[in-house]
Design a protein around this ligand. Structure first.
Ligand code: CAP
Ligand code: MG
Length: 419
């Protein structure tokens, strides 16, 4: 029942035909008890655009032009059109504060999930987008077809800077392209950022000479913004081509600005999504990973973790396939982004990963390299062999007959899917 001081239904217009300039959101809406779907949907549109809980005495004429409109309600799924003047170009935090802000806390909804967002071209193009993208990364790495291989020293943190660089050497030597800092490794008392960069670059030079292959470090610059800027500059001074950013814990304001710094220093951005599951995992309430991936591509990461489609240890269903499709598809001419598949992977499951998610992919294997019975270098070799087997169309069992490291990995883990 709509009380006389409420005006939510004015935000519902099922005859409205969105314009190409509108930003469109798809929400899953579960109204609270005693609230109709129409009222709940109207409240979402009102609170995420111009309204509040009550009618207002003075309304500038402009309001009519910029208020959001519910234009479709199908079961629990509601589509809302937002006029472009509601948003500041090149300001991702403001866009999020509008369409993903107060609304999740409204009493009028029992659950609310932002499932998808369609940006109008002009607003999407007001951002930088990826600097390198899939094509650029493959060019820099000189890896034409196969997946890009990454690993991350395990234990997550604990190695000294010297030990970290030494295990990175082993993993690079074994055939891995990228050695990544773990998401919670920044600059710790026993592994200071500056020392780690210096020693990693020394080991990289050594292993590139020995293998003739280009190698890279995904160095985690996650910190306060000014410190991130300093760290990105240091990484560039050492000639490394990547930085890693924990994009959820640092936030989109920092990501947008670091993307500018990375433009100056020609640094690719590896986006780790630690903390995303606090709002993406619950399918009834929060924000989908597809939305997070869309925002990240628009702001301009070059690669982003998107899950293993249920093959690895972390929750990630079939939506990984949909998200990866978006990242690798045409989108207003914005460069395509490498999905990163990671979490509980080991050589025995890699063919399944590539069969399900394709090979335009970064595959990251941490425990599946560092847990190899004969150590990290052989673990890395086993991963490379599993990929070679798949690309050659040979079964792992067959390939393992004359590839010792793969055989030993299969003896330890078989084809198990961790949980
Ligand atoms: C994987 C990982 C990654 C997760 C992130 C970890 O290590 O380094 O951070 O994959 O999850 O710390 O768990 P393992 P997602 O290979 O040893 O599992 O990729 O889903 O964002
Ligand atoms: Mg990790």
């Amino acid at each position: 029942m709509v009380r006389k001081f409420e005006w939510y239904t004015e935000f519902v217009d099922l005859d409205y035909k969105p314009s190409k300039r509108d930003l469109i959101c798809l929400f899953r809406v579960e109204p609270a008890k005693g609230i109709s779907m129409k009222e709940a949907a109207g409240r979402v549109a009102s609170e995420s655009s111009v309204g509040t809980w009550t009618t207002l005495s003075k309304l500038p004429r402009r309001i009519q032009k910029i208020k959001a409109r519910v234009f479709e309600i199908k079961g629990n799924y509601v589509r809302i059109a937002y006029p472009p003047d509601l948003f500041e170009p090149y300001n991702m935090p403001q866009i999020l504060s509008s369409i993903a802000g107060n609304i999740f806390g409204m009493k009028a909804v029992k659950n609310l999930r932002l499932e998808d967002v369609w940006f109008p071209r002009k607003l999407a193009k007001s951002f930088k987008g990826p600097q390198f993208g899939i094509k650029g990364i493959r060019k820099v790495l000189r890896v034409k077809k196969r997946p890009i291989l990454a690993s991350v020293p395990k234990p997550k943190v604990g190695f000294s800077a010297k030990e970290h660089a030494e295990v990175a050497y082993k993993v690079w030597k074994g055939g891995i392209d990228l050695v990544k800092d773990d998401e919670n490794l920044a600059s710790l008392s026993f592994n200071k950022f500056e020392k780690r960069v210096e020693l990693l670059m020394k080991m990289r030079e050594k292993v590139e000479k020995e293998t003739g292959e280009k190698k890279f470090a995904l160095i985690n610059i996650t910190a306060g913004y000014r410190e991130m800027e300093k760290r990105a500059k240091l990484v560039a001074e050492y000639g490394n081509e990547y930085v890693m950013v924990d994009i959820v814990t640092t936030g989109f304001a920092a990501l947008q600005s670091i993307r500018e710094v990375c433009e100056d220093f020609k640094l690719a951005i590896h986006a780790h999504r630690a903390m995303h599951a606090s709002f993406t995992r619950n399918k009834k309430h929060g924000i989908s990973m597809l939305v997070l991936a869309k925002f990240s591509r628009i702001v301009g990461v070059d690669q982003i973790h998107t899950g293993t489609a249920g093959i690895g240890k972390l929750e990630s269903g079939k939506e990984t396939i949909l998200i990866n499709e978006f990242l690798r598809s045409e989108f207003y001419g914005i460069k395509r982004v490498f999905p990163v598949c990671s979490g509980g992977l080991h050589p025995g499951v890699l063919p399944q990963v590539m069969k399900t998610l394709g090979t335009d992919l970064v595959i990251q294997v941490g425990g599946g390299v560092f847990g190899h019975p004969k150590g990290a270098e052989k673990g890395a070799r086993a991963v490379r062999q599993a990929v070679e087997a798949y690309v050659a169309g040979v079964s792992l069992k067959k390939f393992a007959e004359d590839h010792e490291e793969l055989k030993e990995a299969l003896e330890k883990w078989g084809f198990v899917r961790p949980r």
